[in-house]
Design a protein around this ligand. Structure first.
Ligand SMILES: Nc1ncnc2c1ncn2[C@@H]1O[C@H](COP(=O)(O)OP(=O)(O)OP(=O)(O)O)[C@@H](O)[C@H]1O
Ligand SMILES: [Mg+2]
Length: 269
């Protein structure tokens, strides 16, 4: 066994990610040029999987934070904690990523409190600095550090979009559901269900996605298709599995559910 992992080993061990376009290339170029990256796209379309795949491929540790409206700058940078009668500084995930030269991934970044952007600004321009006021340190991010943020533009409040001065600090790309053949391969690989059956599920998803907007906030995600195929692969009847994964999670509205069920029945009934 070699002591250090080769590029081949790292790619083999990386979580499975099926590229849809040139996203791996863009990620790698941004990483090498020390540029931060912004991913936009609907829920369950592969953003998180993509980031973990790229982190493994590039051999960088990954620090993922799911942002929420109580998340403060200190949650990212760190704080003094009382430990065994002593106060000790404990690095937050962003500070750890900077110190260790890793990738910090802030999921749903628009949810975070305003003071978070204050921390991100000096890190996302060419200074690449993280000031830690509480410890008096000023950290210079090493080459291995990268900041990746993502959000879903679909259901954002107008008040909860990123300010231009924040968004214009990132290289950005939009994710969407993969083209049918690729989505079939992803669902088959993730669930173990045959490609033929997965192709039928993907065709159904395309029909259900056409109902987005009129009645539904978001179209059925690749994630839900994987759930559906996983249940069918265990032997569950298709109509039961589709109801539990492609209808119930999408809406509480009975009329809308009925519309979805009709589309499902037309395909599989
Ligand atoms: N291109 C892809 N390659 C491999 N798996 C994928 C791909 N796209 C979607 N998936 C599958 O879909 C699931 C959901 O993807 P993921 O968790 O990355 O979504 P997301 O975009 O981060 O969603 P959210 O915005 O809700 O966090 C994954 O666990 C994986 O099974
Ligand atoms: Mg995610």
């Amino acid at each position: 066994m070699p002591l250090t992992a080769t590029q081949g080993d790292m790619e083999r061990d990386a979580p499975f990610y099926q590229p849809v376009g040139h996203e791996c290339d863009l990620f790698e170029r941004a990483f090498r040029q020390r540029l931060p990256l912004l991913l936009k796209g609907p829920t369950g379309c592969g953003k998180t999987r993509f980031v973990s795949h790229m982190a493994a491929r590039l051999g960088r540790p990954l620090f993922t934070v799911s942002c929420h409206d109580d998340l403060t700058a200190a949650d990212l940078t760190g704080r003094y904690l009382l430990q065994g009668g002593e106060t000790r500084w404990v690095d937050g995930p962003l500070t750890r990523a900077v110190r260790e030269g890793g990738i910090c991934y802030l999921d749903e970044v628009v949810e975070a409190r305003k003071d978070v952007t204050v921390v991100l600004h000096p890190l996302t321009d060419d200074r690449r600095l993280l000031p830690l006021e509480r410890t008096g340190e000023l950290l210079q991010a090493p080459d291995g550090f990268m900041l990746v943020v993502s959000y879903n533009p679909g259901y954002q409040h107008i008040l909860k979009s990123l300010k231009p001065s924040t968004r214009q600090r990132f290289v950005a790309m939009t994710f969407n559901f993969p083209p049918p053949e690729l989505e079939r391969d992803i669902v088959a690989r993730e669930s173990g269900l045959s490609r033929e059956k997965c192709a039928a599920l993907v065709n159904l998803a395309i029909r259900l996605r056409e109902m987005k907007g009129q009645d539904l906030e978001e179209g059925v995600s690749t994630r839900l298709l994987v759930y559906c195929a996983t249940l069918i692969a265990t032997g569950m009847p298709i109509l039961e599995a589709t109801r539990a994964t492609l209808v119930e999670p999408l809406t509480d509205d009975e009329d809308v559910q009925q519309g979805l069920l009709e589309a499902i029945n037309a395909t599989f009934g």
